[in-house]
Design a protein around this ligand. Structure first.
Ligand code: ZN
Length: 409
């Protein structure tokens, strides 16, 4: 087992930890440790909310979660000799859950606090908890499904440069100004009050926190990409923007469907990641890199059979025609899948959570056939205990009446 370079203690709030996590991105966040190229080390991570969610049957904690405090990230780590213009080569050697915490959660976020891809249809906070059994997971809140995890960090990236920080802050401020009071908001602007700046303290930390990026979106440095195939066994090539690189990570997912559609749509957990680091000097210009690139893992759950739902870029409520809009088309594909799964006895919320958590494949299938984009959502049929394929006798109601994911009370 490689040396643990970052430890977390789930019995204490992250704010009281000796080596502090960070929940913002800024070029001046101090490195936790420097490793030579070729080093291996283990990084432990809180779940993305820093322990705000409990393993119980009440969604009040999802409804009330403080989203200005996320994501709790472990790092940053420097690689000796890394300079702007290089590529940091990061192998995710292995990933697992912390032995004292063999469970995960999925939230449907309230429209007033986070929202989600289908928030107009499912505006209330809800929660599902998942137990891990070896490589498999099951949920008391979502009967009839079981599958092997495709474990990955939802969030991993290197520190941004000062120039990149300023550039993204400008473009995001411009977007926010178009509709500053929207619910849910267009984006999360800098917010100093709950900022954790790692090992940076005092007035320097306060000043940096007022301009530091929130961790919500993916950007040129990587960040919160939420790519399910960035799983254990993958190799990622990160553009280096500051001296040392500054690799940080967190938001570990046991499993996730393409799009992570309920927003906290994956199976979220606390865990550990074994990392190997290396460098490609001058790699950014050698390979024409702007955003990270990666090679997926040779190990992923394999499914032989899928049922695929199509969606087109026509709004489901107004009937309005959109022009090649993949966002609308993917939403329609998801809604079509949910309506289908409801015929087997699932509530809409249970079906929504299955699409967020199971390894469903989302694709832009057609993007040139004016005026409709065509997006598809492929559900592996083998995750279900029962047959979900269409047949002449129609769907059998397999899900026990009264079963649902957790509501607020
Ligand atoms: Zn996540």
């Amino acid at each position: 087992m490689p040396k643990t370079a970052f430890k977390v203690d789930l019995r204490r709030p992250p704010e009281q930890a000796e080596v502090k996590t960070h929940n913002r991105w800024h070029p001046d966040i101090p490195m936790v440790e420097t490793f030579k190229p070729g080093s291996e080390f283990r990084v432990e991570c809180f779940d993305w909310t820093g322990g705000q969610i409990d393993n119980d049957d009440n969604a009040n904690d999802i409804r009330d979660v403080d989203l200005t405090k996320v994501h709790y990230l472990s790092g940053p780590f420097a690689v000796e000799g890394a300079e702007p213009g290089d590529l940091m080569v990061v192998d995710l050697l292995d990933i697992g859950y912390l032995p004292e915490s063999p469970w995960g959660f999925t939230g449907i976020f309230a429209k007033e606090n986070g929202g989600g891809f289908l928030t107009e249809h499912y505006p209330q906070a809800r929660k599902a908890c998942w137990d891990f059994h070896g490589i498999y997971t099951q949920s008391r809140h979502v009967p009839g499904v079981r599958w092997a995890g495709i474990i990955h960090p939802g969030l991993i990236g290197c520190l941004p440069s000062r120039e990149l920080l300023d550039r993204a802050n400008r473009r995001e401020a411009e977007l926010l100004s178009t509709d500053p009071n929207r619910v849910p908001p267009l984006l999360a602007p800098p917010y100093a009050d709950t900022a954790l700046m790692g090992q940076m303290t005092g007035s320097k930390a306060q000043q940096a926190a007022s301009e530091a990026w929130r961790t919500v979106p993916p950007r040129e440095h990587g960040g919160n990409c939420d790519i399910k195939n960035l799983s254990r066994g993958s190799r990622i090539y990160f553009p280096v923007y500051v001296k040392g690189g500054g690799l940080s990570m967190g938001d570990i997912h046991w499993s996730q469907g393409d799009g992570e559609i309920t927003f906290c749509g994956a199976i979220e957990m606390a865990g550990w990641i074994d990392i190997h680091v290396d460098l490609i000097k001058g790699g950014i210009s050698k390979y024409g890199i702007t955003n990270p690139i990666f090679r997926p893992s040779p190990i992923e759950p394999r499914f032989a059979e899928y049922l695929v739902f199509e969606g087109i870029s026509v709004d489901e409520t107004s009937g309005k025609q959109y022009y090649l809009d993949a966002h609308v088309a993917y939403r329609r594909a998801c809604l079509n899948a949910i309506e289908y799964l409801k015929k087997f006895g699932y509530t809409g919320e249970q079906a929504y959570v299955i699409l967020g958590t199971a390894p469903v494949e989302g694709r832009i299938s057609g993007i040139v056939d004016i005026p409709n984009a065509c997006c598809t959502l492929a559900i592996p049929t083998e995750i279900f205990d029962f047959d979900i394929k269409p047949n002449t006798s129609g769907p059998s109601r397999e899900v026990p009446t009264g079963s649902d994911i957790a509501a607020c009370h």
